[in-house]
Ligand binder design. Structure first.
Ligand code: FES
Ligand code: FE2
Length: 565
């Protein structure tokens, strides 16, 4: 289909600039929605070359200036691609806006305003149809991946109503990178061009495909999790290494390991609107050096170099969803330094790599685990991540509400705290960036209620793993289903083993009576006969209890510091 002239100009311009910038522009949609083609946003699939995706602040420094950071002209990760059901429409929040994010049958992800142009029903309640369209569940209007209305069942005007610009869903640029679906923070006439010209904050090590294939770079598993505290509070926590051994007592060190930490914001690269770097000169756990790089709006990468030369890179993404809430994506990378000549035979090494313990268990398990190896690892990693997150949860959930209730927000934030040591340098550097470049924090839509709830309103919401993770995660939903099957099997086993024990006892007693008529059978005979069944029953009960504890990790997990010595 021929593009109207203004749109063609925009597309050519994007193509030319993209090539000049070194982008590999994969595809632009053939047409925009209806007659709004010159002003509607279009989806895109722009993937950057590896050299451009490095999040290092230094590579961006030359472009940085003293202008304030534009929160809306940015890429935000909104979904873990591997764990999101491609057959469903996903409700997502970003900067206070409600979006629907979905994938068509060709594998292309789209993001629209979560509002049907017909009568404002949420499109996230709709259905992804077999023909690759998104169907509104209210009156069955259908939309294609570009937001174009494909059909209005109630219309008989030969397509005239469908092509009216007012029938379009409002589209945001979208792309998939590093196992996450990313959405541009804005729609409108300039969104396509701006989004192509802006880099998402990716992790350079994850672009090392050869290193990943050889096992030199272990990419880890992405965990997506909604959190009942704000973007700012999340980043304060991440930029605060002093809390790790205290708050994560038992999982990462012990409270007794707390010690002075020498943190410093690096003078080079200096803080710009593109981010900043904080060095931890006294990392723990035998590490040589810790470096935290903040790349707004959504990434902190904490690289910790170990004595053996390996680097553990904790990659944390967080997006502001609504006041008092944020969405986290984390993963942990292990990077082994490349040795000259190491690459020889990498492919063979990859083929010969020994299966993991989990893969071996899955192979020999009597219960068929219909999980790919990655999925097996994913749900276990997700549970571990919840355990870790929930140690911080009661502190952060209440902390920001305590600060808000005393009026210590925004410019008055520092009046509410006392931070005499260098261990708090990271949070001060973060707040400095927010004040200097970030306009005081994520912007919310005009008229939006930005107040936080009272800390006493409904604090138990913070523990709700099912709502904040499981229901969005195909790996965990699959694992939960199998855990429930195993619980049923364990319960059946409990009843069956008890029945078996009783039958064995009855049989032993009758045998004893027949062998010695007139002599009452001894209790020992019955007890001995019952023993195997009773032991099996106890084992089944224990298994049921353990599986019940595991099942709870998919729903609710409450962590109380006072209960953990
Ligand atoms: S509100 Fe969506 S089709 Fe009517
Ligand atoms: Fe999960």
């Amino acid at each position: 289909m021929r593009h109207p002239a203004p749109r063609r100009t925009v597309v050519l311009l994007i193509g030319a600039i993209s090539l000049a910038e070194g982008f590999s522009l994969v595809r632009l949609p053939p047409t925009a929605c209806g007659k709004t083609s010159t002003s509607s946003t279009s989806n895109l699939s722009a993937v950057k070359t590896s050299s451009e995706t490095a999040p290092a602040v230094s590579s961006r420094e030359s472009k940085a200036n003293e202008e304030s950071f534009d929160w809306h002209k940015q890429w935000y990760p909104v979904l873990s691609e591997k764990d999101s059901d491609p057959g469903k429409a996903h409700a997502v929040q970003l900067l206070g806006k409600d979006l629907v994010v979905w994938r068509n049958t060709e594998g292309r992800w789209s993001a629209f305003d979560d509002r049907c142009p017909h009568r404002a029903a949420p499109l996230s309640e709709g259905r992804v149809e077999k023909d690759g369209s998104l169907l509104c569940a209210y009156h069955a209007w259908r939309f294609d991946t570009d937001g174009k209305c494909l059909s209005i069942p109630q219309s008989d005007r030969g397509g005239k109503d469908e092509t009216n610009p007012r029938a379009c869903a409002k589209l945001y640029p979208t792309q998939v990178a590093q196992d996450m679906v990313w959405v541009w923070g804005k729609n409108g006439p300039d969104a396509v061009l701006d989004s192509v010209l802006t880099k998402p904050a990716l992790v350079s090590a994850l672009e090392d495909k050869k290193g990943i294939k050889s096992g030199r770079v272990v990419p880890g598993v992405v965990t997506q999790r909604d959190l009942a505290y704000s973007w700012e509070t999340f980043w304060e926590n991440v930029m605060d290494p002093a809390h790790v051994v205290v708050s994560h007592h038992g999982l990462m060190g012990k409270r007794s390991m707390a010690k002075p930490l020498d943190l410093e914001a690096t003078p080079q690269p200096a803080m710009t609107k593109e981010g900043f770097v904080v060095d931890n000169n006294s990392p723990q756990f035998g590490a040589k050096q810790g470096v935290a790089t903040f790349v707004p709006p959504a990434l902190v990468e904490i690289a910790t170099e170990l004595e053996d030369g390996k680097t553990i890179s904790l990659v944390q993404y967080n997006i502001p969803t609504r006041p008092g809430w944020s969405r986290m994506f984390n993963r942990q990378l292990t990077i082994t330094p490349e040795v000259v000549g190491e690459n020889k035979g990498d492919d063979n090494k990859d083929k010969k790599r020994a299966p993991s313990l989990l893969q071996l268990v899955a192979r020999i398990s009597p219960v068929k685990l219909k999980l790919a190896p990655n999925e097996q690892r994913a749900w276990i990693q997700h549970i571990f991540s919840h355990m870790f997150v929930h140690q911080d949860m009661p502190l952060l959930y209440h902390q920001e509400k305590i600060m808000a209730s005393s009026g210590h927000t925004g410019a008055k934030w520092s009046d509410g705290i006392y931070t005499p040591t260098t261990s708090d340098k990271g949070i001060h550097t973060l707040r400095k960036w927010i004040k200097k470049f970030g306009s005081g924090g994520p912007p919310w839509p005009k008229g939006y209620d930005t107040s936080l709830p009272s800390r006493h309103d409904n604090p138990d919401v913070m523990w709700d793993i099912y709502e904040q993770h499981t229901k969005h995660c195909t790996a965990c939903l699959g694992a939960l289903k199998r855990v429930e099957q195993c619980i049923t099997a364990a319960k059946v086993s409990t009843v069956a083993s008890l029945t078996w024990a009783v039958l064995r006892a009855a049989s032993a007693i009758s045998t004893s009576i027949l062998a010695s008529p007139g002599t009452p059978p001894s209790n020992f005979v019955a007890a001995k006969a019952m023993l195997p069944g009773v032991l099996l029953m106890l084992a089944s009960l224990k298994t049921t209890k353990m599986l019940g504890s595991l099942r709870r990790m998919f729903y609710v997990y409450k962590y109380v510091h006072q209960e953990h010595d």
